[in-house]
Design a protein around this ligand. Structure first.
Ligand code: ADP
Length: 167
């Protein structure tokens, strides 16, 4: 049984994350989407951890049953590799966008492999029309009256728009 962990901030989950989730589900038996509590992005975060999880749950519940049953949603604190082992996994999934992610993702993968050499990181690339999407970008668009359907799963757009003016 191949268990993989897809960690991230998911602040909020986007169509880019969803693309990676669907690809990961093609190659593993179980995918644990793990919302990191102590991201370096804390200062720029918008949603609480429980709100992020709630939105991920909505998106996952909207997927086909055979994909949905492979997915577990969780949050973690502290070292990612410890969480991965706790979940009886040895595989981290990360997404890679053209240009912007390589440096950061390379360093993160190296650090995780130094901390634990029995945990591997596998990178997946989103479809080219999803590559440019980021939570950061979506957060910047929130205050503008722009159609968010090219960036966010439809099922969470209304919930996301309710956050307008809250930060
Ligand atoms: P983190 O704070 O850990 O970078 P994010 O939620 O921003 O968390 O991203 C989680 C993972 O998903 C990262 O590996 C990131 O590169 C990847 N990712 C996010 N958006 C996209 C996208 N549009 N295409 C491909 N990968 C993506």
């Amino acid at each position: 049984m191949l268990i993989a962990v897809y960690p991230g901030s998911f602040d909020p989950i986007t169509l880019g994350h969803l693309d990676i989730i669907l690809r990961a589900c093609k190659v593993c038996d179980k995918l644990i989407i793990a919302v990191g509590k102590n991201s370096y992005k804390k200062n720029t975060s918008l949603l609480t951890i429980s709100k992020r999880i709630e939105l991920i749950e909505k998106v996952v519940n909207d997927l086909d049953g055979n994909i949905r049953q492979k997915i577990e949603i969780s949050s973690f604190d502290g070292l990612l590799v410890d969480f991965v082992k706790e979940k009886k996994s040895n595989l981290i999934i990360r997404g890679l966008r053209a240009f912007s992610d390589f440096d950061y993702e390379f360093n993160l993968a190296m650090i995780n492999s130094k901390i634990s050499n029995d945990v591997e990181t596998i990178f997946l690339m989103a479809n080219e029309n999803k590559q440019f999407i980021s939570s950061k970008f979506v957060k910047e668009l929130l205050e503008l009256n722009i159609d968010l359907s090219p960036f966010l799963p439809k099922i969470i757009i209304e919930d996301f728009l309710k956050l307008k003016g809250e930060n």
